[in-house]
Ligand binder design. Structure first.
Ligand code: AP5
Ligand code: MG
Ligand code: ZN
Length: 216
């Protein structure tokens, strides 16, 4: 199964992607996670991406497209993959179509997780992530049992550099200007399904699984 998860910052893409990837046994490819890993490791790619990310702006299309192209050509993607946070612009979507055409594969579904703008800031600012295993929590909506400590691996939780109110607001504006047109793009291709992302995390997952199971 080849899937895309669309949705604004804080919609729950990463939260749902982890569960979907396990359920359908496909790799979860998050361009944001790839950039954060490269920043942590101090690579050239990380240096290039950091200034854009810190400002809440998009990393240039050609940089992102090359990374995703390399990644989906790897062996573990042969049976499918789940893209989280890519594509984010129409040129990225067009490039993905071209790459997949050349590979002789096609998209199964694009899931758009819909959440009202006023909830997104609260979600992102309250998010905490495990340093050890990258599990995602929320101080209010999905807290760990012990504050600051991961339930799964005991690692310390941290806050992303771009999860402050000002940067989140910019990220939402960037989403509205640059990513929103993708909804129409995939609607026209008859690939889009909208999921209500304001329900409980488990219910959002249940709705997504129902859509994907009926697809098969
Ligand atoms: P990226 O890492 O992709 O960030 P984002 O798109 O802003 O999305 P988030 O990760 O913030 O939100 P999410 O939808 O994954 O929400 P989550 O599940 O964590 O990108 C970061 C940056 O990298 C970009 O700004 C850009 O600079 C660059 N970049 C990445 N991809 C790029 C591309 N293709 N092109 C160019 N640049 C790119 O949930 C959020 C919080 O809400 C959590 O605390 C969670 O516990 C909680 N939560 C989740 N679901 C629910 C629910 N149903 N109810 C209550 N709380 C919930
Ligand atoms: Mg995410
Ligand atoms: Zn952990």
């Amino acid at each position: 199964m080849r899937l895309i998860l669309l949705g604004p910052p804080g919609a729950g893409k990463g939260t749902q992607a982890t569960s979907i990837a396990t359920e359908f046994n496909i790799p979860h490819i998050s361009t944001g996670d790839i950039f954060r890993y490269n920043i942590k490791e101090g690579t050239e790619l990380g240096k290039k991406a950091k200034s854009f990310m810190d400002q809440g702006l998009l990393v240039p299309d050609e940089v992102v497209v090359e990374i995703v192209e390399d990644r989906i050509k790897q062996e573990d993607c042969e049976k499918g993959f789940l893209l989280d946070g890519f594509p984010r612009t129409v040129p990225q979507a067009v490039a993905l179509d071209e790459v997949m055409n050349k590979m002789g594969v096609s998209l199964d579904k694009v899931i758009n997780i819909q959440v009202d703008k006023n909830i997104l800031v609260e979600r992102a600012v309250g998010r905490r992530i495990c340093k050890g295993c990258s599990a995602t929590y929320h101080i209010q909506f999905n807290p760990s049992a012990t504050e600051g400590i991961c339930d799964k691996c005991g690692g310390n939780l941290y806050q992303r550099d771009d999860d402050n109110e000002a940067t989140v607001t910019t990220r939402i504006d960037v989403y509205l200007n640059e990513t929103l047109p993708l909804i129409e793009y995939y609607e026209n291709k008859d690939k889009l399904t909208v999921i209500d992302g304001q329900q409980h995390i488990d219910k959002v997952f249940e709705d997504i699984v129902n859509v994907l199971r009926s697809e098969k």
